[in-house]
Design a protein around this ligand. Structure first.
Ligand code: G3P
Length: 493
């Protein structure tokens, strides 16, 4: 039997999962990581903690599977995207905390570039928007605020990376300073068409080229783990952003296939095939992956910032649930929200609104409103946001989207999945293996190591667990959506 190890460095935890070559989970290990918010809108993490927890769970997962390093054929890495780290190449120490994708401190920087008229060029080259979400602004902020950083960067003493680069640097003990193409496509610095760093953008943002990692394909030999880290050296044969990895793990290999991951946020990606398709409907264009045979796939993406994070807020902010899993029980105490709508614009709104100024709001409350209604409205808000993204995607897509594959924590919530199918009017398909992010990284690693000969060999591994059919009549659906859009308009005014 051949085993593959997936390392999944996410926003809330570092995880490692051992898979066999049939895509079955053999063992896993997980550690939570700390998130700090030192100022309003700032979100930071300790880059060393990301590395230490990740290598720790990798060691644990191998032991839990009853294996030794020599039993692992290859490692695939997947990660929270956009989060930005700069470190000193000599000491390997980060020069500042990692600035997390959710951080909004660069809103003004984005606004000034937008006012200067640069957004169309940026969108045409990168497929993205001038939004604090992406890495470039975070990188500029570090260069401008950490003493001596800019001079050191110009002298080539510093390295920039997203989380994949940082972990690959540490896994190879500094032998490789690289970034995979799917992660590079989230920086605002890679030209989506040439798949190279773009000189014009580097000049516009005033970023020294010496800082940047080498862009490598998502699948293929990147390097080997350094001696002593995991026992024997293990080939590192895949790296890709977590949402792209989930698209791959969901076997969305063909143009027009789409998945939605319910994590901290919600990320819907649709494979658009080998051509870049720039969205006309407020979505992002992104690189999905480049396989070892140099085939590149692109995707359209709708990123929603608050999904599972709303449930965390019910638990930690409102204290109306003890455990995130209690939300379904609470929400099902009432047949509907009784007119209550929750707009979770806690950090502004992502796709398709892209409004950093919007703020959270609960509308439609009466004397009869209770925590059950609020819990139900919180869950429904997740589904409403996904519906907005799907509508935009339907407009961009060349053919109709006929089904949506789902994964991530909240996809296990049957009530939410049924409401989702009802709102979308298309079936929602939940697979047996819901660890699709890690699975995608493992399968890509297998491809990179030559264990699988082609993507076609992988399609048969996807198995349906449950299919949710839409059952809501169109009048009810329209009235739900109308109430939601009225509430969104108020949250934005
Ligand atoms: O773009 C951000 C995304 O990659 C974060 O994903 O699952 O760590 O919340 P997750």
């Amino acid at each position: 039997m051949t085993y593959l190890l997936a390392l999944d460095q996410g926003t809330t935890s570092s995880r490692a999962i051992v898979f066999n070559d049939q895509g079955n989970v053999m063992a896993s290990a997980q550690r939570e990581i700390t998130l700090s918010t030192p100022h309003a809108g700032w979100v930071e993490q300790n880059a060393l903690e990301l590395w230490q927890t990740q290598i720790g769970v990798a060691q644990q997962a191998i032991v839990k599977a009853g294996l030794l390093a020599q039993d692992i054929a290859a490692i695939g890495l997947t990660n929270q995207r956009e989060t930005t780290i700069i470190w000193n190449k000599k000491t390997g120490q980060p020069i500042a905390p990692a600035i997390v994708w959710q951080d909004r401190r660069t809103a003004e920087w984005c606004e000034s570039l937008r006012l200067a008229g640069h957004e169309p060029l940026v969108q045409q080259k990168t497929g993205l928007r001038l939004d604090p979400y992406f890495s470039a602004g975070k990188l500029v902020w570090l260069l401008d605020h950490i003493p001596k950083a800019r001079e050191q960067a110009q002298r080539g003493e510093l390295a920039f990376g997203t989380v994949d680069s940082w972990l690959l640097w540490n896994l190879t003990r500094g032998a490789r300073h690289v970034i995979d193409m799917s992660n590079a496509s989230r920086t605002l610095l890679m030209n989506l068409h040439t798949r190279q760093w773009d000189d014009e953008l580097l000049e516009l943002f005033n970023i020294p080229r010496a800082l940047l990692p080498e862009i490598v394909p998502s699948g293929g030999l990147i390097g080997e783990t350094a001696d002593g880290l995991l026992g024997r050296r293990i080939p590192l044969t895949a790296a890709l952003g977590d949402q792209q990895a989930a698209l791959f793990g969901q076997s969305c290999f063909k143009q027009g296939m789409a998945k939605n991951t319910y994590g901290t946020g919600c990320f819907m990606l649709m494979n658009t095939g080998p051509q870049v398709q720039i969205s006309q409907n407020q979505l992002l264009s992104t690189l999905a992956w480049q396989t070892p045979d140099q085939t590149t796939h692109y995707a359209l993406e709708g990123s929603v910032f608050m999904a599972g994070a709303i449930v965390q807020w019910l638990r930690d902010g409102l204290n109306i649930i003890r455990d995130s899993s209690d939300v379904e029980k609470l929400a099902s105490q009432v047949p509907d929200c009784d007119g209550v709508v929750l707009v979770p614009a806690f950090t502004g709104l992502g796709a398709p609104y892209w409004d950093s100024e919007a703020r959270g709001m609960i509308t439609g409350m009466t004397r009869g409103t209770n925590r059950f209604h609020i819990a139900r409205a919180a869950l429904e808000a997740i589904a409403f946001q996904v519906a907005d993204v799907l509508t935009a995607m339907q407009h961009d897509a060349h053919g109709p989207l006929t089904e949506l594959r789902v994964d991530g924590g909240a996809s296990g919530n049957d009530m939410l999945m049924q409401f989702q199918a009802d709102l979308l009017g298309v079936p929602v398909l939940r697979p047996v293996v819901r660890e699709t992010t890690a699975l995608g990284a493992a399968l890509m690693a297998g491809l990179g190591a030559g264990i699988f000969k082609s993507v076609d060999e992988l399609s048969g591994l996807w198995q349906l667990e449950r299919r949710f059919e839409p059952s809501m009549d169109s009048v009810t659906r329209a009235s739900h959506l109308e109430r939601w859009h009225r509430a969104v308009a108020r949250a934005r005014s």
